[in-house]
Design a protein around this ligand. Structure first.
Ligand code: ATP
Ligand code: MG
Length: 358
């Protein structure tokens, strides 16, 4: 039989090896009776509890109650109840405050053991200080929140700017050109034949500029989204897609418009618009179906194509900014979004947007 304490010849002091392992991994250990009375506590535990100065000798803590050594964030005794319930292994992250008021977290693994001499049950806890990790997690969450807010803000600023530019181009340049057309038509009557021909070509040029302007304005802020509503704007978008690309567009929506505030209407429209742009650019589809439904105070959007399908990698990628933008837009209005795909048989983007604030 091999000696478990033997490795390559020299004998090991198993206890010392274990102690060094615990110290290296900064693992602390303490034991207490079911009523909380401490029966064993090591130096690392004293350090985690921030009691090194008050109790330099861990053995002086024996006989004290664990609840005297830290301030529980949970109701006193809840942890003990849970350990007793789980019995032989209870793993938890345990937030607490030290007696000096420091906020800390420990990774707390414990079990019920039985004292071989007295037959009494006690709790054995093995703990690690994970305060730094928790603070880092908090910081990451805070930075994430801040970035998300910034992205939302940028998006709404962009939307406002686009609307303002579209309005200025439409109202000012568009109106001036229409006035120019009327003036040209008026003076045309008094001109010679050659100059009239010249005026006709000028009128033709102004007409082209006006139609370019209409295209630019619609690109900036979808036609009718604000005046006619979501249903009309999506219908128009789908028709224009079919005209430009030859992809067959099918649209289902409730009769009349869906009542949504500006924020939700824009979010819904931009999600559909990005989905349709993706169908044109990536799907190689022959048909796309957009459906708008209202159920249980939710707007349910689906955009289904019959193209090549979207890969899981594309959906999860950190550089899929179109998809990330869609996700951020629905999160901003407490909605949900998912992309489902069968390779070679198309993609469905499904989104839900609550009609009102929850
Ligand atoms: N309907 C679709 N069918 C097949 N693949 C798709 C579809 N929609 C998206 N994809 C895939 O998912 C990727 C990510 O889409 P996403 O909209 O995020 O980015 P993009 O369209 O490539 O660029 P952009 O940032 O301009 O939107 C695409 O590059 C494409 O490979
Ligand atoms: Mg895209």
């Amino acid at each position: 039989m091999t000696d478990q304490n033997q490795f390559n010849g020299p004998r090991f002091d198993r206890k010392a090896v274990l102690q060094r392992a615990f110290d290296l991994a900064q693992i602390a250990e303490y034991c207490y009776q079911l009523d909380g009375t401490i029966t064993y506590i090591d130096r690392m535990a004293v350090r985690i509890l921030d009691l090194e100065n008050t109790y330099p000798d861990p053995s002086s803590l024996i006989g004290m109650n664990i609840s005297e050594l830290l301030v529980y964030e949970w109701p006193v005794g809840k942890l003990r109840e849970e350990i007793l319930e789980k019995g032989n292994a209870y793993h938890t992250v345990y937030p607490f405050k030290t007696l000096s008021g420091k906020e800390r977290w420990m990774l707390h693994d414990s079990c019920i053991a039985t004292d071989p001499d007295t037959g009494k049950k006690f709790i054995q806890a093995v703990v690690r200080d994970i305060t730094n990790q928790k603070l880092a997690e908090r910081e990451i969450a805070r930075v994430n929140r801040r970035l998300r807010n910034l992205a939302r803000h940028m998006e709404s600023v962009r939307e406002e700017e686009r609307t303002a530019i579209a309005r200025d181009i439409h109202d000012e340049i568009g109106q001036s050109l229409i006035a120019l057309t009327l003036d040209l038509s008026a003076i045309k009557k008094h001109l010679t034949f050659d100059l009239r021909k010249k005026t006709d070509s000028m009128l033709e040029a102004v007409k082209t500029i006006l139609s370019d302007i209409r295209r630019i304005v619609t690109g900036l802020r979808p036609a009718g989204l604000d005046d006619l509503g979501l249903v009309a704007a999506v219908e128009w978008e789908l028709e224009s897609l079919a005209k430009r690309t030859g992809i067959k567009g099918v649209f289902t929506a409730p009769d009349g418009d869906i009542s949504l505030d500006e924020k939700r209407r824009t979010a819904a429209f931009r999600i559909i618009q990005e989905s349709l742009t993706n169908v044109i650019r990536h799907a190689q589809a022959t048909r796309v179906e957009v459906s708008l439904k209202v159920s249980a105070a939710m707007l349910i959007i689906t955009v289904t194509d019959d193209g090549v399908g979207i890969s899981d990698d594309s959906v999860a990628s950190d550089s899929s900014f179109g998809l990330i933008g869609m996700r951020e837009r629905v999160i901003a209005v407490n909605g949900t979004i998912s992309a489902n795909s069968v390779p070679g048989r198309g993609t469905t983007i499904s989104a839900t947007i609550p009609l009102n604030d929850l």
